[in-house]
Ligand binder design. Structure first.
Ligand SMILES: Cc1cc2nc3c(=O)[nH]c(=O)nc-3n(C[C@H](O)[C@H](O)[C@H](O)COP(=O)(O)OP(=O)(O)OC[C@H]3O[C@@H](n4cnc5c(N)ncnc54)[C@H](O)[C@@H]3O)c2cc1C
Length: 462
């Protein structure tokens, strides 16, 4: 039996495993809910909800072609054993980014069954090799979905098709209130609305908290869960670019394309033990109260609190805000970054382990000695001058005069606002952090604007 095993590739278009498996005749499209996967510290109910919405869409697409999507809530090995009992032999078709790929490779090897893995293999190649592989993947034509999907009439009882059974599967964390909904159809709509209209102010709005939520593509969650392939986005954008006669619009689309391809080239290797150890030496003792105040958006630093409250509600932040909240907890407050990183991962609907870990490591000094230490007050004045974002998410500051919105503690009637005073003096804390980070580098270079990291989008200083 030809098993198509889905994970972070919840779509039917430009999906090589489906296309290849369907050529062989009968197939069994399968999504396994492996309990241990959802117990991982980085995943939460908001991811699961997005996956369920994506599966509803995928199931509908498969049914339109005469097939069915099957589910199982079990360990992968148990499911595969039952499949072997039922069919004697199995071929598995899977994308390389599957979270259970390692386990599948191991099991298939041990049981001498045939495994077909698709997608660029970039983990073991040089930076130049990555570029070449990514390019050749992007240049290939899009893969059409099969017209017909034939599934077996008899399936082992460990599988089911009734989606209601997965709605009650328990996953930790907070449900999202105003987040994006999953599914291939939504992904395509989002791409179309971006290319037709929303991209107009992509560059100028990219750092601005509220405008960026409209002007940036908002495709990240769809990419992360595989509701759309990067190749589809890239090729549709390139087609639009070719037809485009407006130079300004071309610039917007080119900037977008460059970010999209940078994402494909991001390969995250674990940091070196020595670097982890050195950075951990300059950290303060763990402070649970600080950590909780940061999560709850009660640090007393408005832009940090607005960002964290917004993230809890929507599951998304732009790049600049992601950098800022990470830098605040790990650099300004000098707390160990591991727990904060897991909390952020749970909250970002688009959580992608490679991208998330790469940036967190970079910001917190685990990848590079050039650490950015963000001054949130200063950046807040640049990216949200009128304080619209702060007012939107911090009701306590809704009516504060604009000259105080970034530093409410200077407002004469501050204590009537019901908003906490800042938990630290950011400038002093950043100075201490800079000294400690500088002590790690041999040259002890002075801090300031030179401290920008590899992929900085804004110039931060203390
Ligand atoms: C600490 C930190 C953690 C991050 N974690 C994630 C994550 O888990 N998942 C994730 O998709 N992005 C992550 N990013 C990158 C970036 O912030 C998001 O991709 C972006 O905000 C998503 O919004 P968008 O789709 O509207 O982006 P757009 O600006 O419209 O970009 C289009 C696509 O390009 C890619 N992209 C955009 N910016 C970057 C970048 N700087 N580096 C690499 N790829 C990029 C994404 O796939 C994105 O969907 C992280 C950034 C930081 C600083």
């Amino acid at each position: 039996m030809n098993i198509i095993l889905f994970d972070r590739d919840l779509r039917i278009f430009d999906h090589q495993p489906i296309a290849e498996a369907a050529k062989m005749g009968e197939v069994l499209p399968l999504y396994i809910i492996e309990p241990s996967q959802w117990e991982d510290a980085a995943y939460s109910v908001r991811h699961f909800q997005f996956v369920v919405e994506s599966l509803e869409d995928l199931s509908h697409q498969i049914e339109k072609r005469g097939g069915k999507l099957f589910f199982s809530i079990n360990k992968m090995c148990d499911v595969f054993e039952k499949l072997m009992e039922a069919y004697e032999s199995i071929n598995v078709f899977i994308h390389r980014n599957s979270r259970i790929l390692k386990k599948v490779i191991e099991w298939m090897g041990k049981n001498q069954q045939r495994l077909f893995i698709y997608g660029a293999e970039i983990d073991q190649v040089s930076a130049r090799g990555v570029k070449k592989q990514v390019q050749s993947y992007l240049d290939e034509p899009l893969i059409q979905a099969p017209d017909e999907i034939q599934v077996p009439e008899e399936t082992p009882s460990i599988l089911f098709t009734d989606m209601k059974k997965i709605y009650h599967f328990h996953v930790k964390g907070q449900r999202i209130r105003f987040g994006q909904q999953g599914g291939e159809s939504r992904a395509i709509e989002t791409l179309e609305s971006f290319l037709e209209e929303r991209c107009a102010n992509y560059i100028v709005n990219q750092h601005k908290p509220l405008p960026s939520s409209f002007s940036s593509s908002r495709l990240s969650a769809y990419i992360s869960w595989g509701n759309i392939s990067v190749r589809t986005i890239l090729q549709k954008t390139s087609e639009k670019l070719q037809l485009c006669e407006n130079d300004d619009e071309k610039l917007q689309l080119e900037a977008f394309l460059s970010k999209l391809t940078s994402m494909m080239r991001t390969v995250c290797h674990p940091p070196e033990d020595k670097q982890i150890e050195e950075v951990s030496r300059i950290k303060k003792d763990w402070n649970e109260e600080w950590f909780q105040r940061w999560i709850e958006g009660m640090t007393g630093v408005p832009v940090i609190d607005a960002a964290m409250r917004s993230l809890v509600k929507t599951g998304w932040l732009n790049y600049t805000l992601r950098e800022m909240v990470t830098s605040f907890i790990a650099n300004t407050l000098l707390l160990d970054g591991q727990k904060p990183s897991a909390v952020l991962a749970q909250l970002y609907l688009d959580y992608d382990p490679a991208l998330h870990d790469f940036y967190v490591q970079q910001i917190t000094g685990l990848r590079t000695k050039k650490v950015k230490i963000a001054n949130p007050v200063k950046i807040s004045k640049q990216i949200d001058p009128e304080g619209g974002f702060i007012r939107r998410y911090i009701s306590e500051l809704e009516t504060i005069p604009v000259e105080y919105v970034h530093e409410p503690w200077l407002y004469p009637a501050f204590y009537q606002l019901g908003y906490p005073p800042p938990m630290i003096d950011v400038v002093k804390a950043n100075k201490l952090a800079r000294q400690r980070f500088d002590s790690l580098t041999k040259q002890n270079k002075p801090s300031g604007k030179n401290g920008e990291g590899e992929t900085g989008q804004l110039s931060f200083d203390i």
